[in-house]
Design a protein around this ligand. Structure first.
Ligand SMILES: Cc1ncc(COP(=O)(O)O)c(C=O)c1O
Length: 379
């Protein structure tokens, strides 16, 4: 098998009712954007092939968000496919791709799946998952063609500053001009309440590629619509050709719905950002309530964060029991192992469920934590 089997696949195939594992905002239902104009457009939609670079109106809307030109945007089948196309176009067998760990599993597994050499920069809970530029550059060599950084990072919700990204991009350009820096900003717009939205890195430097999608902050992962931006016209052409040679085009139906979602995003974001702000507030209270059993690094953006089960309270058997009992209670938990952490950590998704349901699920989880952590004490 080209790809290791990762249990994150359960998020697609074995969904549990009480979902604390999902990284998206709550699912958007079509009726939220359905109006007469949507209806008319849908009725008249020709189910033809899409274009190689992607629907023009959709690219226009994306380019306005990113303050870049639409000729430099390619619509892709999700940010995952933007990452795939970037690796495919930039690397040959023997080349290296660097990314961080923990991370979205397909980003890490795709590198070797495509036959390239994978180098992982380990980030740690104790250092608040901060990236150290010098440690990163220790991994770079003449064979490195791509560095993939993620901000906000899945599963931690930590972010990179503009200064950090600019410094890495400039140093890379000076020392390794053949290597590109891909910034995966899939969670960029998933900010809390009225917090300022994190600026995009699109167009900041010529060696930067950015990717993102409608999956997380808009709650439409099933559309499979994402995009890629680069200042480099030749690279954009190469990516469009690679896209045509793999999937031909995006689905025109997906592109149509995505266009309508983007047209209404200001309105959609208003309620969705309040929703994840409430989720974060609950998570904060929940962590404080359970501080004898768990700890965390509070996320800066994204409806996700990493929770650590304290070693003093949970031995190996107790950790296993925590996952088993949660599952028995119908609670879906994202095991840290999925992301290249150990199972002493799990990803908490606090933006997916309705708030009342999130509250009762976190209460249930508190009971499970307490029950397991005090097992040895009671013997
Ligand atoms: C960091 C990151 N990049 C990319 C993706 C893939 O997203 P998409 O649904 O846009 O393909 C995910 C999904 O979880 C992710 O966490």
């Amino acid at each position: 098998m080209k790809f290791p089997l990762n249990d994150i696949i359960d998020l697609l195939d074995e969904r549990l009712e009480l979902n604390l594992a999902e990284s998206t905002n709550k699912d958007l239902v079509l009726e939220e954007i359905w109006d007469e104009s949507f209806n008319q457009g849908l009725k008249k939609l020709k189910l033809e092939y899409g274009t190689s670079q992607g629907n023009e109106e959709l690219r226009e809307l994306v380019s306005k968000k990113l303050y870049v030109e639409k000729k430099n945007i390619v619509i892709t089948n999700g940010a995952a496919f933007s990452n795939f196309l970037s690796m495919l176009c930039l690397c040959d067998i023997g080349d290296e791709v660097i990314t961080v760990q923990p991370n979205f599993p397909p980003t890490m597994d795709l590198i070797e799946g495509l036959g390239f050499k994978r180098k992982l920069l380990k980030l740690s809970f104790e250092e608040k998952y901060q990236l150290n530029e010098n440690e990163l550059f220790k991994l770079v060599s003449e064979k490195t063609k791509l560095i993939i950084l993620v901000t906000p990072l899945n599963p931690t919700g930590t972010i990179l500053s503009k200064e950090e990204v600019e410094k890495i991009s400039i140093r890379l350009n000076n020392e390794y001009p053949n290597c590109r820096l891909l910034i995966d900003e899939t969670y960029r717009e998933a900010t809390y309440g009225n917090n300022q939205v994190i600026p995009t890195f699109a167009g900041l430097k010529d060696n930067i590629i950015t990717v993102s999608s409608l999956s997380k902050s808009h709650g439409t992962p099933g559309l499979r619509i994402g995009w890629l931006h680069s200042n480099d016209d030749d690279f954009i052409k190469e990516v469009s050709v690679a896209k045509t040679n793999t999937v031909i085009s995006n689905s025109v139906l997906d592109e149509y719905v995505a266009t309508q979602v983007l047209k209404k995003e200001t309105q959609l974001f208003k309620t969705r950002r309040i929703h994840i702000a409430k989720g974060l507030e609950l998570a904060n209270k929940w962590v404080a309530l359970n501080k004898q059993f768990i700890s965390w690094n509070e996320p800066s953006a994204g409806a996700l964060c990493c929770i650590k089960l304290k070693e003093t309270k949970f031995n190996k058997e107790q950790i296993k029991a925590f996952y088993a009992l949660s599952k028995d209670a119908g609670i879906q938990i994202a095991n840290g192992e999925w992301f290249g952490e150990t199972n002493s950590y799990f990803r908490l998704g606090f933006g997916y469920m309705e708030i009342e349901k999130l509250k009762t699920t976190l209460n249930k989880l508190s009971e499970i934590l307490k029950h397991i952590a005090t097992q040895n004490e009671n013997i």
